[in-house]
Design a protein around this ligand. Structure first.
Ligand SMILES: CC(C)(COP(=O)(O)OP(=O)(O)OC[C@H]1O[C@@H](n2cnc3c(N)ncnc32)[C@H](O)[C@@H]1OP(=O)(O)O)[C@@H](O)C(=O)NCCC(=O)NCCS
Length: 185
């Protein structure tokens, strides 16, 4: 992305609901494909197609509609720079926890604080919803580990050969958590 465009873009993350989703769908698809092309291990292989990406976002939309998933974006609909999701456990005995998924920043917009801003948005909302335990997994050894550690997440280990990166090679994951508050009684 051109630096001038980046400077003028909306960097403040916004949470979007199902009614705004279609405005952002194309940008979300492009962001996902950009991440995979740049080697991010986020659940897809290098041959990720538009159809597969759209099918994935159909599932995301279903989660937004049924309230089990929250979605944040940063940037304009025509040029999304970053995104993250929070999956709210729906089990009656798991209402204290939520999983952070698909934190992704456009390769040309990285190291400008966007992921940190997205994570702050997630954590503020989680606090409001009294989801006191946040957790996630990411590829072991990836730059994302620096980010999560810098935000106070604790690594509890990982599983070997957990998932393939876009290159088809299996790698270990690293599992992180952060306690925001004690469970609501
Ligand atoms: C991980 C990722 C989301 C970081 O996004 P970003 O917008 O570049 O991160 P930020 O600019 O907010 O970085 C915040 C801090 O995280 C750490 N950090 C982020 N990227 C880093 C890197 N490549 N190397 C070292 N530290 C890094 C630094 O502490 C940084 O603070 P600093 O820039 O003041 O030193 C981005 O690299 C990405 O989209 N990667 C591919 C997808 C992915 O792996 N997502 C996580 C899956 S769960």
């Amino acid at each position: 992305m051109h630096p001038a465009l980046l400077a003028s873009a909306t960097l403040q993350p916004t949470r979007i609901g199902p009614e705004q989703f279609e405005t952002y769908r194309q940008g979300l698809v492009e962001l996902l494909i950009d991440g995979v092309r740049h080697g991010a291990s986020i659940g897809f292989l290098a041959d990720l197609s538009l159809a597969e990406a759209n099918a994935y976002f159909d599932e995301v939309l279903t989660g937004l509609q049924d309230g089990s998933r929250l979605l944040w974006v940063a940037g304009e609909p025509s040029q999304l720079l970053g995104s993250v999701q929070l999956c709210l456990c729906q089990k009656r005995n798991g209402l204290n926890r939520a999983e952070i998924q698909k934190l992704l920043v456009l390769a040309s917009a990285r190291r400008r604080g966007l992921a940190r801003a997205l994570m702050h948005g997630v954590e503020a909302q989680a606090r409001e919803l009294r989801r006191g335990l946040l957790y996630l997994d990411t590829e072991a050894g990836s730059p994302a580990e620096y980010l999560y550690r810098s935000l106070g997440y604790t690594c509890i280990g990982g599983l070997p050969d957990y998932a393939c990166g876009p290159d088809g090679q299996y790698r270990a994951n690293a599992i992180y958590y952060k306690t925001l508050s004690s469970p609501a009684l």
